[in-house]
Design a protein around this ligand. Structure first.
Ligand code: PMP
Length: 396
């Protein structure tokens, strides 16, 4: 069979997250803090709009780029949130989740051997998608001491004559890091100087807890070299609807539409109708969910402090990324031990790239009650570890 399979697919490593959930599924009574999807159901008025569209017989293909109304609402949204001007008929593509947008943005631009610079730790699909598109991947390991922000110096050092694309994601999965305007201005200077294109995955843009999200496309000179990707999964709790979008320079979007047309045709029409409603009338739902996530974020940080688990203050997304280096084991060992001894699922930081080693990702897309129960177990676990280290006279 191997003869029939493509080497570049065979060589892809399976996602470290999956491997870990497979172990967890064998253990009964686990509390999971592992999954990166909202615990909320999609707000009712958005679901209702999907149902209503079906009742009206809206069951057909849409245009390849997406419903006109939706593309117009996406432009209105980006104007309202980021003061960005995009044209609905040339600069917008509605995709099957942010996932598809990432994949086809890379495929539209990569020539064999081009380098894609990816900041790590990062979402698990970036490297495989870039490799599948024929790219060479260059990673920039971001640092805890910089709150996992990308610095201009780090970017400068990673650039080679083959570099073409910077793929980055803020607010970030798995760290919860954000980039402020001043950080983005520094990055923009380097990007422009070296003539790079940015694929900016802003899927968590609605989940920032210290002021509004800033898009790199807002920085002067960047809109014309940025593919901005966003979607409905996180902000409107619509993961299962599979809907996202890409906006950017029309020449690039036009080529992305070609790939999308040949492999997808169009995003699901029911989801597109629901998404129009989300953008028109969903602001208060977003605020409600953001406030709930923020309460949980603050609770986790407070509990980590109590139990002596160091963690930088994440300002976005719904993840915390505590530092477990002082316990003298790998993040995978830590996560497996925590799972076996206390039945709590977290994801080892190493699943998000080598620079995630020494950290674990905890998602707070769970109810505060579940978080309380899970954190009591984590505290027990840490007490045992500390006792063990003290007994063996290890400094921590
Ligand atoms: N980007 C990041 C950073 C993510 O965390 C996820 C989902 N976990 C996605 C993209 C994909 O989201 P979607 O459901 O829109 O495909």
């Amino acid at each position: 069979m191997r003869n029939f399979l493509a080497k570049k697919v065979l060589d892809l490593k399976p996602s470290g997250i999956r491997k870990f959930f497979d172990i967890a599924s064998e253990i009964e009574g686990c509390i999971s803090l592992g999954v990166g999807e909202p615990d909320f159901d999609t707000p009712w008025h958005i679901r209702e709009e999907g149902i209503y569209s079906l009742e009206r017989g809206k069951t057909h293909y849409t245009s390849n780029a997406g419903l006109k109304d939706l593309r117009i609402e996406i432009c209105n949204y980006l104007k309202r949130k980021n003061n960005l001007d995009y044209k609905w008929d040339s600069d917008v593509l509605v995709t099957v989740g942010g996932s598809e947008a990432i994949d086809i943005a890379l495929r539209a631009m990569i020539e064999d051997g081009d380098e894609v610079i990816i900041t790590t730790p990062c979402y698990v699909s970036y490297e495989p998608c870039a490799i599948m598109a024929g790219a060479k991947v260059k990673t920039i390991p971001l640092k805890n001491e910089n709150e996992f922000r990308l610095t201009a110096k780090e970017l400068e050092e990673a650039i080679t004559p083959k570099s073409k694309i910077l793929l980055m994601n803020f607010p970030n999965n798995p760290t919860g890091a954000i980039m402020e305007r001043k950080d983005l201005e520094e990055i923009a200077k380097v990007v422009i100087e070296h003539d790079l294109v940015v694929i900016s995955d802003e899927i968590y843009s609605e989940l920032t807890y210290f002021g509004n999200h800033v898009s790199i496309a807002e920085i002067p000179g960047m809109k014309e070299r940025t593919i901005l990707i966003n979607g409905f999964s996180k902000s409107y709790a619509m993961t299962g609807w599979r809907l996202g979008f890409a906006v950017g320079p029309s020449e690039i979007i036009r080529q992305m539409i070609k790939i999308h047309q040949f492999c997808i045709m169009c995003a699901p029409i029911t989801s597109q109708h629901a998404a129009v409603e989300a953008l028109r009338n969903g602001d208060s739902d977003v605020t409600y969910m953001r406030e709930a996530y923020d309460e949980r974020r603050r609770y986790l940080l407070y509990r980590f402090k109590e139990m002596g688990l160091p963690c930088f203050t994440p300002k976005g997304a719904f993840y915390v990324f505590p530092d477990i280096r002082k316990f003298g084991m790998s993040s995978e060992e830590f996560a497996i031990k925590l799972l076996k001894e206390q039945k709590v699922v977290v994801v080892p930081g190493s699943a998000f790239g080598e620079s995630g080693e020494g950290f674990i990702r905890i998602s707070y897309a769970y109810s505060i009650d579940d978080l309380k129960k899970a954190l009591a177990r984590v505290e027990e676990f840490i007490k045992t570890l500390k006792w063990f280290l003290r007994t063996w006279n290890v400094k921590f």
